[in-house]
Design a protein around this ligand. Structure first.
Ligand SMILES: Nc1ncnc2c1ncn2[C@@H]1O[C@H](COP(=O)(O)OP(=O)(O)OP(=O)(O)O)[C@@H](O)[C@H]1O
Length: 276
Protein backbone atom coordinates (compact mmCIF):
# COMPACT_ATOMS: atom_id res chain seq x y z
CA UNK A 1 0.00 0.00 0.00
CA UNK A 2 1.24 3.46 -0.88
CA UNK A 3 0.86 5.99 1.95
CA UNK A 4 1.41 9.71 1.86
CA UNK A 5 1.25 12.29 4.64
CA UNK A 6 1.45 16.01 3.92
CA UNK A 7 1.81 18.71 6.58
CA UNK A 8 0.31 16.36 9.17
CA UNK A 9 -0.57 17.67 12.61
CA UNK A 10 -2.16 15.47 15.24
CA UNK A 11 -2.75 15.56 18.98
CA UNK A 12 -4.02 13.02 21.45
CA UNK A 13 -7.54 13.56 22.77
CA UNK A 14 -6.22 13.42 26.36
CA UNK A 15 -3.36 15.88 25.77
CA UNK A 16 -3.26 18.85 28.14
CA UNK A 17 -4.47 22.04 26.42
CA UNK A 18 -1.01 23.62 26.73
CA UNK A 19 0.79 20.53 25.33
CA UNK A 20 2.17 20.89 21.81
CA UNK A 21 0.77 18.69 19.04
CA UNK A 22 2.25 15.17 18.97
CA UNK A 23 2.80 15.59 15.20
CA UNK A 24 3.78 19.01 13.89
CA UNK A 25 3.83 19.21 10.12
CA UNK A 26 4.99 15.70 9.21
CA UNK A 27 5.50 14.90 5.54
CA UNK A 28 6.17 11.27 4.63
CA UNK A 29 5.69 9.16 1.56
CA UNK A 30 6.13 5.37 1.62
CA UNK A 31 5.79 3.28 -1.52
CA UNK A 32 3.97 -0.03 -1.71
CA UNK A 33 6.31 -2.77 -0.52
CA UNK A 34 8.82 -0.36 1.03
CA UNK A 35 10.30 -0.83 4.53
CA UNK A 36 11.00 2.23 6.69
CA UNK A 37 12.36 2.50 10.24
CA UNK A 38 11.34 5.35 12.54
CA UNK A 39 13.90 6.39 15.13
CA UNK A 40 14.12 9.29 17.56
CA UNK A 41 14.18 10.02 21.28
CA UNK A 42 11.36 9.20 23.64
CA UNK A 43 8.36 11.47 23.02
CA UNK A 44 9.50 12.27 19.46
CA UNK A 45 6.15 11.16 18.03
CA UNK A 46 7.00 7.70 16.62
CA UNK A 47 3.93 5.97 18.08
CA UNK A 48 1.73 8.95 17.17
CA UNK A 49 2.95 8.77 13.58
CA UNK A 50 2.21 5.03 13.40
CA UNK A 51 -1.26 5.68 14.82
CA UNK A 52 -1.88 8.49 12.34
CA UNK A 53 -0.89 6.16 9.47
CA UNK A 54 -3.03 3.42 11.03
CA UNK A 55 -6.18 5.59 11.15
CA UNK A 56 -6.20 5.44 14.94
CA UNK A 57 -5.26 9.12 15.42
CA UNK A 58 -7.03 11.63 13.17
CA UNK A 59 -5.13 14.56 11.73
CA UNK A 60 -6.02 18.05 12.96
CA UNK A 61 -4.32 19.57 9.90
CA UNK A 62 -2.75 18.21 6.74
CA UNK A 63 -3.63 15.31 4.54
CA UNK A 64 -3.29 11.52 4.52
CA UNK A 65 -3.70 9.45 1.36
CA UNK A 66 -3.64 5.66 1.12
CA UNK A 67 -3.35 4.34 -2.42
CA UNK A 68 -4.51 7.79 -3.50
CA UNK A 69 -7.64 7.72 -1.32
CA UNK A 70 -8.21 10.10 1.60
CA UNK A 71 -9.51 7.69 4.25
CA UNK A 72 -10.85 10.37 6.60
CA UNK A 73 -13.06 11.66 3.77
CA UNK A 74 -14.76 8.25 3.43
CA UNK A 75 -18.01 7.30 5.13
CA UNK A 76 -17.91 5.00 8.18
CA UNK A 77 -18.08 1.81 6.08
CA UNK A 78 -15.31 3.05 3.79
CA UNK A 79 -13.12 3.91 6.77
CA UNK A 80 -13.70 0.46 8.26
CA UNK A 81 -12.78 -1.16 4.93
CA UNK A 82 -9.58 0.91 4.80
CA UNK A 83 -8.70 -0.14 8.37
CA UNK A 84 -9.05 -3.80 7.36
CA UNK A 85 -6.14 -3.27 4.96
CA UNK A 86 -3.66 -2.44 7.75
CA UNK A 87 -2.42 -3.75 11.07
CA UNK A 88 -1.03 -1.76 14.00
CA UNK A 89 1.18 -3.94 16.22
CA UNK A 90 1.62 -2.22 19.60
CA UNK A 91 4.83 -2.56 21.61
CA UNK A 92 3.07 -4.75 24.17
CA UNK A 93 0.66 -7.03 22.34
CA UNK A 94 -2.76 -7.15 24.02
CA UNK A 95 -2.94 -10.80 25.04
CA UNK A 96 -5.76 -11.88 27.36
CA UNK A 97 -4.13 -13.97 30.13
CA UNK A 98 -5.74 -17.37 29.58
CA UNK A 99 -5.74 -17.19 25.80
CA UNK A 100 -3.92 -19.90 23.82
CA UNK A 101 -1.05 -18.84 21.61
CA UNK A 102 -2.85 -20.21 18.54
CA UNK A 103 -5.85 -17.94 19.20
CA UNK A 104 -3.63 -14.93 19.90
CA UNK A 105 -1.82 -15.39 16.58
CA UNK A 106 -4.99 -15.96 14.57
CA UNK A 107 -6.30 -12.63 15.93
CA UNK A 108 -4.19 -11.17 13.11
CA UNK A 109 -6.88 -12.49 10.75
CA UNK A 110 -9.90 -11.14 12.64
CA UNK A 111 -10.29 -7.97 10.52
CA UNK A 112 -10.87 -10.24 7.49
CA UNK A 113 -13.16 -12.75 9.18
CA UNK A 114 -16.86 -12.31 9.80
CA UNK A 115 -18.27 -12.44 13.33
CA UNK A 116 -19.23 -16.12 13.17
CA UNK A 117 -15.85 -17.30 11.94
CA UNK A 118 -14.10 -15.14 14.55
CA UNK A 119 -16.22 -16.57 17.36
CA UNK A 120 -15.79 -20.12 16.08
CA UNK A 121 -12.05 -19.62 15.97
CA UNK A 122 -12.05 -18.78 19.70
CA UNK A 123 -13.35 -22.27 20.50
CA UNK A 124 -11.99 -24.32 17.63
CA UNK A 125 -9.07 -22.68 15.82
CA UNK A 126 -9.37 -24.43 12.45
CA UNK A 127 -6.61 -22.37 10.94
CA UNK A 128 -4.01 -23.66 13.41
CA UNK A 129 -1.55 -24.50 10.57
CA UNK A 130 -1.55 -20.82 9.64
CA UNK A 131 -0.63 -19.87 13.21
CA UNK A 132 2.01 -22.60 13.28
CA UNK A 133 3.56 -21.28 10.06
CA UNK A 134 3.76 -17.77 11.58
CA UNK A 135 5.28 -19.00 14.84
CA UNK A 136 7.88 -21.34 13.33
CA UNK A 137 10.29 -18.74 11.87
CA UNK A 138 10.19 -16.91 15.21
CA UNK A 139 11.27 -20.06 17.06
CA UNK A 140 7.91 -20.59 18.78
CA UNK A 141 6.42 -23.52 16.84
CA UNK A 142 6.30 -25.64 20.01
CA UNK A 143 4.24 -23.01 21.86
CA UNK A 144 1.19 -23.23 19.56
CA UNK A 145 -1.16 -24.63 22.21
CA UNK A 146 0.42 -22.97 25.27
CA UNK A 147 -1.38 -20.29 27.26
CA UNK A 148 0.04 -16.81 26.69
CA UNK A 149 0.31 -16.13 30.43
CA UNK A 150 2.79 -19.02 30.66
CA UNK A 151 5.19 -17.36 28.22
CA UNK A 152 8.12 -15.09 29.00
CA UNK A 153 7.99 -11.41 28.04
CA UNK A 154 10.15 -12.03 24.98
CA UNK A 155 8.01 -14.97 23.87
CA UNK A 156 4.87 -12.84 24.23
CA UNK A 157 6.46 -10.14 22.11
CA UNK A 158 7.30 -12.73 19.43
CA UNK A 159 3.68 -13.95 19.56
CA UNK A 160 2.74 -10.34 18.75
CA UNK A 161 5.05 -10.51 15.74
CA UNK A 162 3.61 -13.87 14.68
CA UNK A 163 0.19 -12.17 14.72
CA UNK A 164 1.58 -9.66 12.21
CA UNK A 165 2.91 -12.49 10.02
CA UNK A 166 -0.46 -14.27 10.18
CA UNK A 167 -2.39 -11.23 8.99
CA UNK A 168 -2.99 -10.67 5.30
CA UNK A 169 -3.04 -6.86 5.46
CA UNK A 170 -1.13 -4.57 3.08
CA UNK A 171 0.37 -2.16 5.62
CA UNK A 172 2.19 -3.22 8.81
CA UNK A 173 2.72 -0.52 11.43
CA UNK A 174 4.91 -2.07 14.10
CA UNK A 175 5.72 -0.18 17.29
CA UNK A 176 9.06 -1.10 18.88
CA UNK A 177 8.78 -4.85 18.32
CA UNK A 178 12.08 -5.80 19.95
CA UNK A 179 12.11 -4.22 23.44
CA UNK A 180 11.79 -7.54 25.31
CA UNK A 181 14.19 -9.53 23.10
CA UNK A 182 17.88 -10.23 23.60
CA UNK A 183 20.16 -8.92 20.82
CA UNK A 184 20.33 -12.17 18.83
CA UNK A 185 16.60 -12.81 19.00
CA UNK A 186 15.94 -9.14 18.15
CA UNK A 187 18.10 -9.32 15.01
CA UNK A 188 16.55 -12.65 13.93
CA UNK A 189 12.98 -11.47 14.55
CA UNK A 190 13.58 -8.30 12.57
CA UNK A 191 14.97 -10.27 9.63
CA UNK A 192 11.90 -12.54 9.67
CA UNK A 193 9.59 -9.51 9.66
CA UNK A 194 11.47 -7.75 6.87
CA UNK A 195 11.72 -10.87 4.71
CA UNK A 196 7.98 -11.58 5.08
CA UNK A 197 7.08 -8.00 4.17
CA UNK A 198 9.40 -8.11 1.15
CA UNK A 199 8.07 -11.45 -0.11
CA UNK A 200 4.44 -10.34 0.15
CA UNK A 201 4.95 -6.77 -1.07
CA UNK A 202 3.64 -5.40 2.23
CA UNK A 203 4.51 -1.84 3.26
CA UNK A 204 6.30 -1.89 6.61
CA UNK A 205 6.81 1.07 8.93
CA UNK A 206 8.43 0.16 12.26
CA UNK A 207 9.57 2.29 15.18
CA UNK A 208 12.75 1.06 16.80
CA UNK A 209 14.68 1.98 19.93
CA UNK A 210 17.64 -0.11 18.69
CA UNK A 211 19.24 2.49 16.42
CA UNK A 212 22.04 0.10 15.35
CA UNK A 213 19.55 -2.52 14.23
CA UNK A 214 17.45 0.04 12.39
CA UNK A 215 20.52 1.18 10.44
CA UNK A 216 21.69 -2.37 9.70
CA UNK A 217 18.37 -3.88 8.71
CA UNK A 218 16.32 -1.12 7.03
CA UNK A 219 17.16 0.50 3.69
CA UNK A 220 15.50 3.78 4.73
CA UNK A 221 15.48 5.50 8.11
CA UNK A 222 13.35 8.45 9.24
CA UNK A 223 14.55 10.46 12.26
CA UNK A 224 11.76 12.10 14.25
CA UNK A 225 12.08 14.68 16.99
CA UNK A 226 9.52 17.01 18.60
CA UNK A 227 6.80 15.71 16.32
CA UNK A 228 8.64 16.57 13.08
CA UNK A 229 10.85 14.74 10.58
CA UNK A 230 14.50 15.70 11.13
CA UNK A 231 15.84 13.50 8.35
CA UNK A 232 14.57 10.90 5.89
CA UNK A 233 17.56 9.10 4.37
CA UNK A 234 18.98 5.83 3.08
CA UNK A 235 20.45 4.09 6.12
CA UNK A 236 24.00 4.45 4.76
CA UNK A 237 23.65 8.25 4.86
CA UNK A 238 22.67 8.46 8.51
CA UNK A 239 25.94 9.72 9.97
CA UNK A 240 26.97 9.79 13.64
CA UNK A 241 26.62 13.59 13.48
CA UNK A 242 22.98 13.34 12.39
CA UNK A 243 22.30 10.82 15.14
CA UNK A 244 24.00 13.06 17.73
CA UNK A 245 21.77 15.98 16.68
CA UNK A 246 18.65 13.80 16.70
CA UNK A 247 19.34 12.48 20.19
CA UNK A 248 20.84 15.67 21.70
CA UNK A 249 20.03 15.74 25.45
CA UNK A 250 18.83 12.12 25.12
CA UNK A 251 22.27 10.59 24.35
CA UNK A 252 21.68 7.57 26.60
CA UNK A 253 18.84 6.45 24.28
CA UNK A 254 21.32 6.12 21.42
CA UNK A 255 22.72 3.02 23.10
CA UNK A 256 19.31 1.36 22.69
CA UNK A 257 17.20 -0.12 25.46
CA UNK A 258 18.99 -1.83 28.37
CA UNK A 259 19.79 -5.52 27.78
CA UNK A 260 16.94 -7.82 28.68
CA UNK A 261 16.98 -11.10 30.51
CA UNK A 262 14.09 -12.97 28.95
CA UNK A 263 13.01 -14.60 32.17
CA UNK A 264 10.31 -17.25 32.19
CA UNK A 265 6.99 -16.16 33.69
CA UNK A 266 6.81 -16.19 37.47
CA UNK A 267 5.82 -19.60 38.82
CA UNK A 268 2.98 -20.17 41.27
CA UNK A 269 3.15 -18.20 44.51
CA UNK A 270 5.06 -20.03 47.28
CA UNK A 271 2.80 -22.02 49.57
CA UNK A 272 3.25 -21.01 53.24
CA UNK A 273 4.32 -23.99 55.40
CA UNK A 274 3.26 -24.09 59.00
CA UNK A 275 5.38 -25.99 61.55
CA UNK A 276 3.59 -27.44 64.51
N1 LIG B 1 -2.34 8.98 25.12
C1 LIG B 1 -1.76 10.18 25.12
N2 LIG B 1 -2.35 11.24 25.66
C2 LIG B 1 -1.78 12.46 25.67
N3 LIG B 1 -0.56 12.72 25.11
C3 LIG B 1 0.09 11.69 24.57
C4 LIG B 1 -0.45 10.37 24.53
N4 LIG B 1 0.44 9.54 23.91
C5 LIG B 1 1.48 10.32 23.58
N5 LIG B 1 1.29 11.59 23.96
C6 LIG B 1 2.21 12.70 23.75
O1 LIG B 1 2.52 12.78 22.37
C7 LIG B 1 3.89 13.06 22.18
C8 LIG B 1 4.51 11.99 21.28
O2 LIG B 1 4.44 10.75 21.97
P1 LIG B 1 4.74 9.37 21.25
O3 LIG B 1 4.28 8.28 22.17
O4 LIG B 1 4.19 9.40 19.89
O5 LIG B 1 6.33 9.39 21.19
P2 LIG B 1 7.35 8.18 20.92
O6 LIG B 1 8.42 8.74 20.04
O7 LIG B 1 6.62 7.00 20.44
O8 LIG B 1 7.94 7.92 22.36
P3 LIG B 1 8.53 6.54 22.98
O9 LIG B 1 9.80 6.24 22.24
O10 LIG B 1 8.79 6.91 24.42
O11 LIG B 1 7.48 5.49 22.83
C9 LIG B 1 4.54 13.13 23.56
O12 LIG B 1 4.65 14.50 23.93
C10 LIG B 1 3.55 12.44 24.44
O13 LIG B 1 3.56 12.98 25.74
Amino acid sequence: MHVQLEGAHARHPAARPEAPDALRGVGLQVDAGEAVALIGPSGAGKTSLLHALGLALPLTQGRLRMNGVEPWALNAAGLRAQRRELLIAPQTPPLPPRQRVVTAVLAGRLPRWGLLKSLASLFYPREAPLAHAALAPLGLADKLWDRVDRLSGGERQRVGLARVLASDTRLWLVDEPLSALDPTRARDALQVLLAAARERGVTLVASLHHVDLALQAFPRVVGLRDGAVQFDLPAAEVTPERLAALYAQHEHELQGPPPVADAPPPGPAPVPMTCR
